[in-house]
Design a protein around this ligand. Structure first.
Ligand code: PGA
Length: 245
């Protein structure tokens, strides 16, 4: 099974999101591929309704960990689940480095997803400074420890390895090489073994597009891709999905 997840970030407005969802709902997807998209919260319900009878799942890009209450601007894991979300991205680097989310926040959010029975897609990744300081494994280990210690392994979850330096800005970026991504994902899976024997899907994300997607998907240890910018360009995303297997 390979996973192709589209993180629409804040790229599409509601009309564009629904149009893309309509296109996706009419596609016949390759077998053995699980597809999910993560629209903005303002488009979530319409996208979810559009894809309800298709095999494409819908997730949210972030959650708050308190179920309900006086939290202006926040949406909880419970509310996302109630609205029909199957997954939530947790700890995306843009949340960490633009909005100041800490490793401990990621831990709380993973727990909230467990309580709400929302499957977290936990994002981890090192910065270019980490690479320069030879701290890649240190950073990944630290980010993982924040939630691994209290993780309930009977509930499903995924990890997305997204090196921060490889994530595109407005579609311009340089991906990690598939061999490098395989090595790091091998390290992540090895670390996981210290906590569980459960096999956890680990996706690669960072400048994946319709031209390089297959290079990642054909690696046995890479269980899928988390695609940002290219998942919001109709032709790119559709080509990418149709070429995957
Ligand atoms: P990108 O984004 O594909 O535009 O690099 C990936 C992500 O941030 O999830």
């Amino acid at each position: 099974m390979k996973y192709i997840f589209g993180n629409w970030k804040m790229y599409l407005n509601a009309t564009e999101s629904v149009e893309l969802a309509e296109t996706l709902s009419s596609l016949s997807l390759p077998s053995g591929v699980t597809v999910a998209v993560f629209p903005t919260l303002l488009s979530f319900r319409e996208v979810q309704a559009t894809l309800a009878s298709s095999s494409v799942a819908v997730g949210v890009q972030n959650v708050n960990w308190v179920p309900k209450g006086a939290y202006t601007g926040a949406v909880s894991a419970h509310l996302a689940k109630e609205a029909g979300a199957r997954y939530s991205l947790i700890g995306h680097s843009e949340r960490r480095y633009i909005f100041g989310e800490k490793d401990s926040d990621v831990g709380h959010k993973v727990q909230a997803c467990e309580e709400a029975r929302l499957t977290p897609v936990i994002c981890i990744g090192e910065t270019k400074e980490d690479v320069a300081e030879n701290k890649r494994q240190y950073r990944l280990k630290k980010q993982m420890e924040a939630w691994l210690k209290q993780k309930d392994f009977s509930l499903p979850f995924l990890i997305a390895y997204e090196p921060v330096w490889a994530i595109s800005n407005g579609g311009v970026g340089t991906p990690c090489s598939p061999t490098d991504a395989e090595d790091v994902i091998g390290f992540v899976k090895h670390e996981l073994k210290n906590y569980t024997d459960v096999s956890v899907p680990v996706l690669y994300g960072g400048s994946v597009n319709e031209r390089n997607c297959q290079d990642f998907l054909c690696c046995t240890s890479i269980d899928g891709v988390l695609v940002g910018s290219a998942s919001t360009r109709f032709d790119s995303f559709i080509t990418l999905l149709q070429a995957s297997s």
